[in-house]
Design a protein around this ligand. Structure first.
Ligand code: ASP
Length: 428
């Protein structure tokens, strides 16, 4: 197959995916019972993607590091990747804080019962508890990076320890030279084979995505909650979505342009399949195979950068989630009439960053780690109910931004790899 007909085919697939979403929504609104019957098909598609996540993460991180040749070369791109993840996550959190303070979606309401609970928790111990909370989060984060059982971690899709193991193990292999030649070749080939398998799965993506969207929208319609919850939480959604838009259409494009001189709109269109998959699956991890495929074959990011930045990014780089964690926590505080001091808002910023790093790349993971943020500033966690109804929808938007943030990261770190190449060529 020529490259051109390959590209044509992939654009064709994107149109099918957009078409399937455009069809799924009216079907769900008009025939909700029929639409929910697609639940099983959608679940099968999701499982097919998810079953590949742990094996693919291991082989791709390993083959990424094996591709570096000398483990000491990892130093610079590795450091820049971590710097990129942290900077963009923190920028996203601040966008979230600014938006929620500007729009004030929860203002006006005062819930005295909630405020009494806040006051109860705000004794002299409250500050100490906050500090212990942050310390504990750091400790937990460190512990999350290591496992006492690789098989259990793989079975539970805990990607962080798998990534740490893969980096160390593959790094060690690069120092063993000829003795492990067969093994390193095999890891590369297994990785290639997994990617081909993903391509095969993508052939049924339009059907899978139609099923997922139809079933979810159909369920909301059946419960009669679709319009009602959307209207109720309209302002809150507007806040989070405008924040996400600022990050996706201003912050990330500026970073991309500054470091790579790439046109952000072109990158968005090249990554469109991955972004749409992210929107329909609400899972960065399930989307990872597609993200990697698009980054390499469509956006022309080197395999080395893709293999290194994307699997790690899908787990720890979640700009959209961080933004949402900060905005949602402050929305809840506003909605119960609790005024947050500057220090408390900064505490929200720090914990939202960590909560996003700790969230797994699966649907609603951010909602679970929100508890970390709420606890840190003493907002009673039961008020999470205020944001629950629309979370499945916001989850899709933030996951899309998470995946876009990873894609920009892969392109940016690619330039570090390139300059590394040029330097070593220049010095040889
Ligand atoms: N669903 C998100 C993701 O997979 C995580 C979250 O819940 O924010 O990227």
């Amino acid at each position: 197959m020529t490259e051109q007909s390959g590209t044509k085919k992939k654009n064709h697939l994107t149109s099918w995916i957009i078409g399937s979403i455009a069809l799924a929504i009216p079907v769900a609104l008009l025939f909700p019972t029929f639409a929910t019957s697609f639940h099983v098909l959608g679940e099968i598609f999701l499982r097919l993607l998810k079953m590949m996540v742990a094996p693919l993460v291991v082989t791709s991180v390993m083959s990424g590091i094996l591709g570096l040749g000398d483990v000491r070369k990892l130093g610079r791109p590795g450091g820049y990747a971590v710097l990129y993840y942290l900077t963009t996550t923190i920028l996203a959190v601040f966008v979230g804080l600014i938006m929620v303070n500007l729009i004030q979606p929860g203002m006006g309401a005062v819930d005295q019962a909630a405020l009494d609970k806040v006051a109860e928790g705000a004794g002299p111990l409250a500050k100490g508890a906050q500090e212990a909370g942050i310390g504990m989060i750091f400790n937990n984060l460190l512990l999350m990076m290591f496992t006492d059982n690789l098989i259990t971690s793989a079975a539970e899709t805990q990607l962080l320890p798998l990534i740490v193991f893969s980096i160390i193990f593959a790094g060690m292999l690069t120092t063993m030279g000829e003795r492990v030649r067969a093994l390193t070749t095999m890891i590369d080939q297994v990785n290639e084979a997994f990617i081909s398998f993903i391509l095969l799965l993508m052939k049924v993506a339009p059907l899978g995505i139609f099923s997922l969207v139809a079933a979810r929208f159909g369920k909301a319609q059946l419960e009669g909650k679709f319009m009602e919850t959307i209207a109720q939480s309209g302002y809150y959604m507007l806040t989070v979505i405008s924040g996400l838009s600022v990050h996706a259409f201003i912050t990330l494009p500026l970073i991309l342009w500054f470091f790579t001189r790439r046109n952000p709109l072109t990158l968005i269109s090249q990554m469109s399949q991955a972004l749409l998959t992210a929107f329909s699956t609400a899972s960065s991890s399930a989307t990872l195979p597609v993200t990697m495929e698009c980054a390499i074959t469509k956006a022309g990011v080197s395999k080395r950068s893709t293999d290194f930045v994307l699997p790690l990014g899908a787990t720890i780089n979640m700009d959209g989630t961080a933004l949402y964690e900060a905005a949602a926590a402050i929305f809840i505080a506003q909605a119960i009439g609790m005024e947050l001091t500057f220090v408390q808002q900064m505490t929200v910023a720090v914990t939202a960053t960590l909560a996003a790093i700790g969230a797994a790349g699966i649907p609603e993971a951010g909602l679970v780690t929100m508890v970390i943020v709420l606890n840190a500033v003493g907002i009673p966690t039961e008020y999470i109910g205020l944001i629950l109804a629309v979370d499945w929808l916001l989850d899709r938007f933030r996951t899309t931004v998470n995946v876009f943030g990873d894609s920009v990261g892969a392109a940016v770190i690619d330039t570090v790899f390139e300059s590394e190449n040029n330097r070593s060529e220049g010095s040889s």
